[in-house]
Write a protein that binds this ligand. Sequence first.
Ligand code: 5AD
Ligand code: SF4
Length: 473
Amino acid sequence: MNEHDSERIAGLLEADGLTLAASPDDADVVVLNTCCIRENADNKLYGTLGHLKSAKAARPGMEIIVSGCLAQKDRDLVQRKAGHVDVVVGTHNVHRTVELLHASRASGPVTEIWDEALDEAEAWPSALPVRRDVDHSAWVTIQIGCDNNCAFCIVPAVRGREISRPFAELVAEVERLAADGVIEVTLLGQNVNSYGRDLTTSLRSESASALDATRAGPVWAADAARRPRPLFADLLGAVAAVEGIGRVRFTSPHPKDLRPETIAAMADHPEVCPHLHLPLQSGSDRVLAAMHRGYTADRYLARLAAARLAIDDLAVTTDIIVGFPGETDADFSATLEVAAEAEYDSAYTFIYSPRAGTEAAELTEQFVAPDVVAERFERLRVVVERSALARHHARIGRVEEVVVEGPSKRDPSVLTGRTAQNKLAHFASSVPLRPGTLATVRVVGAGPHFLRAELAEVLAGPRHRTRIPVVAG
Ligand code: 5AD
Ligand code: SF4
């Protein structure tokens, strides 16, 4: 989500006449778009600002913008700690970035933070110009904010209440992207399954207006029973049906809201990739309750089983937090058991990080000792890697469709493609294949984080027009 915001900020600055610099050292404007979900993000911001201070002293014309969640959280503190910052802009007024930059040029440093999204039409990162680094794949924000209150999480405080983007606008945006040659879209939201929940009240009224059909989409409008809101599943179906879109991904569904309709939409639309990122957070019912997650380990596993039953060849990934306040050995053992049973393809594992203002950060006397957490973290890594490797090994011999991403980071003679299951497949090719090329590869080897493959067949070249870089001057 932050990367998508960064694309928008870059797009706004480009529309104002700037071009992308090769490195921060020769940039006239440096933007630090921040995250504050864990503490090390804070440290990174102020550390980086420290480095930039001397760079700016050497080049006084340089301008520094701090945006994103940490700007939203720290507000005036950013410029109090780092007086050389020119603009501080929050999460609800990203569209104001260029105006604020101009204002700082005219009258000095400026901090502008809004407490909520005042102007809904502008709140959508997707409604702003964009500078996408990748031409064949795009993010689409379907919902901003979060109405949950997970005890560890700062997102609701910095991203505000949940707002769904109108249905017809989203479909129109995906159609525009497809016309531009995009073949893959990833729908973004903190809790995608509750998409449309905030549209409920207006849609309950007896007389369905044309506006409601726009907001809720044709499936909702054609339904005589008038369901109280459009479902995320309707949106998945509508996006999958857009001509030219071959892959639809989404992140993240909340396990408590994963409806059978969503699973059915995944099963019914071959364009929706067989990959479910379902954040577990903990396998202990006691910890899940303390986190306010709204499900038990059994409910989670039952939903996962239903998804696996319905969706052919489903890859499953997750997020897990180790060392939530009060987590006992028994709680952690439960997490290991659920992780083993879920047989994840991969997992993002995090050490609990107290965030000021969240409920869990108050539980200081229940904080788990760092050495205990480190040892648990390592044990979890082993369990996750075991299932990841087993699942990857099981794919050896299969032929999979990949979208080429580019040369592999480690070895430029090897190409990297992404499979429908969202796995990286590394393969050699005697012919250069441009990013966005569709090919099939035969899997010949596996590691816990990737597949090794051989090129089988090139199916289609990229659909987007190649961008010829224009150098100004
Ligand atoms: N400490 C550690 N991990 C966290 N996450 C969110 N808040 C915290 C925190 N305070 C993790 C959750 C979430 C992912 C995006 O980040 O696992 O799903
Ligand atoms: Fe944070 Fe929970 Fe909302 Fe996810 S669902 S953003 S973890 S509060």
